[in-house]
Design a protein around this ligand. Structure first.
Ligand code: F0G
Length: 475
């Protein structure tokens, strides 16, 4: 049954609050407060709800009614269509630019590459969002909260997609000015071009994402600028909906695996919260397993989870191995380094929430080389679904887990393709072009030695017979 708009809005003005993720602390804050960490213990914050007073549906099929309401911009949105599951703002205050019109694509071509039985691999194609990546799922939620608290400026550090998304939302809504921080030389041109074109103030600092993240936190605090990095718990509320759409596309059947690239670990954290809540509400009967895939050159989560045994442990996380690993990185001067620039991050801010997600979803972590990433990306492209390098880490990771026997051939697997093919054409062209100089320049230093699935262009003289001959030979 649909709720009337009035009842719905009335029910949702005071349902939400912010809560420290550390169960030993559990401090709470008003939903209108602007915090990116607990003021008592410094841990991350969650958005929590008084679910007893919320208008929760009794089954996920409830949301099918929204498909008939596509002329309402709120219900057209692939995020706000699920408003009942993230009711922190009234409907008339929700910001949307039509995000979340994304598809779950079943593909046997890529499924064979991964090693799955026919019908079992699905790609959640988030590159179809307005700014070309999954970030829009979270940005509509963060800018909604920013609007509620009257922010004039919003900032982020970014490897490119968060900034493109923030810049788009600020220009499309004309409500706030976007201020973005990027590490010079650490952003793919497709993404930089978006921030510039959408009119964001773009601050390039000498350093990488981890450096930019430290600075943007300092500057936001100092200048009272609203921060939209994924330490912002409202953003992650929006990102939960990627999983709702996966379930929707599977007619509410839970898959066996969700495989996602890991960078700052916002997505994996949001997915864990989504499934934790759905299970608590009795809206699903089981939770899928989670695989978070790091690039080998930026594998902090892998190192801590798989090699050093760091676990959520009901919130009592042993911080010693984390501190020791961070110190070691500092001492040895280790910086993140991968062709998958979107996930070139060594100090993931959502580490602890991700550990919780791995716990809830019986997760595993793997790291894959840049060679594996680019080969998987070429397969995703040849299968008809382009993606940027970071996204292909999910497919490369699924293949690895299949080979290890952790994923069975009969498992139903969803790999999240986080960003659009056109975000980073340099990596794609360098892989395919067959130009050794370009290959060495862009990929050589990253341990990529061959373009196994390279599809270079064929140079032919501008002569009809020669062109026909070339097509006969190569086609
Ligand atoms: N894939 C893409 C295409 C991304 O842009 C990112 C993160 C990730 C995966 C990793 O997601 O951080 O939730 O683990 N990009 C951020 C940015 C860091 O600034 O655009 P995560």
């Amino acid at each position: 049954m649909l709720l009337s708009a009035e009842k719905h809005n009335a029910a949702q003005t005071d349902l939400a609050f912010q809560r420290c993720i550390n169960p030993l602390c559990g401090a709470t804050y008003d939903a209108m407060a602007i915090h990116t960490a607990c003021q008592q213990c410094g841990e991350l914050l969650d958005i929590a709800y008084d679910w007893d007073r919320a208008a929760l549906p009794s089954s996920l099929a409830f949301f099918e009614q929204m498909w008939a309401r596509r002329n309402d911009p709120v219900r057209f949105s692939g995020v706000w269509r699920f408003h009942e599951l993230l009711p922190f703002a009234p409907q008339d205050k929700l910001v949307t630019v039509g995000e979340g019109q994304t598809l779950l694509q079943q593909t046997d071509a890529v499924g064979r590459y991964v090693g799955l039985n026919a019908g079992q691999l699905h790609l959640q194609y988030e590159g179809m969002n307005p700014s070309g990546s999954f970030k829009d799922n979270g940005m509509c939620a963060a800018t909604t909260h920013a609007g509620l608290v009257g922010a004039q400026r919003a900032a982020c550090a970014s490897t490119g997609n968060t900034s493109a998304s923030l810049a788009l939302y600020c220009s499309a809504t004309q409500r706030m000015k976007a201020v973005i921080f990027i590490g010079s030389g650490k952003i793919a041109y497709g993404k930089l071009s978006q921030a510039l074109d959408y009119g964001a103030l773009t601050i390039q600092i000498h350093g990488d994402f981890d450096d930019a993240m430290v600075r943007v936190k300092e500057v936001s605090k100092e200048m009272g600028i609203y921060l939209v990095n994924s330490v912002n718990p409202f953003r992650l509320e929006g990102q939960k909906t990627v999983m709702y759409r996966v379930l929707e596309a599977l007619r509410w059947e839970v898959p066996d695996w969700i495989v996602v690239p890991g960078g700052n670990l916002g997505n994996s954290s949001a997915f864990g919260k989504a499934f934790m809540e759905l299970k608590e509400h009795g809206l699903i009967d089981r939770v899928p397993r989670l695989a978070v895939i790091n690039a080998a050159g930026a594998a902090t989560l892998y190192e801590l989870f798989e090699n050093r045994g760091v676990r959520w442990n009901e919130g009592r996380i042993d911080s010693d191995p984390i501190d020791q690993y961070n110190q070691k990185m500092d001492q040895d001067g280790i910086r993140a380094d991968t062709i998958a620039s979107a996930i070139e991050i060594n100090r993931p801010v959502n580490l602890k929430k991700c550990l919780r997600a791995l716990d809830v979803m019986d997760g595993v972590v793997r790291k894959v080389s840049d060679q594996e990433i680019l080969d998987a990306k070429a397969q995703v492209g040849a299968g008809g679904f382009g993606c940027e390098p970071a996204s292909a880490a999910s497919v490369a990771g699924a293949k690895r887990l299949r080979e290890e026997g952790v994923i069975a051939p009969s498992d139903r697997v969803v790999c999240v393709l986080t960003g659009h093919e056109l975000k980073d054409p340099n990596a794609t062209v360098a892989y395919h072009a067959g130009d050794q100089e370009m290959f060495d320049k862009v990929l050589g230093s990253r341990g990529v030695t061959e373009a196994k699935f390279g599809n270079g262009s064929v140079a032919v003289e501008n002569d009809l017979d020669k062109i026909i001959e070339a097509i006969r030979k190569h086609g």
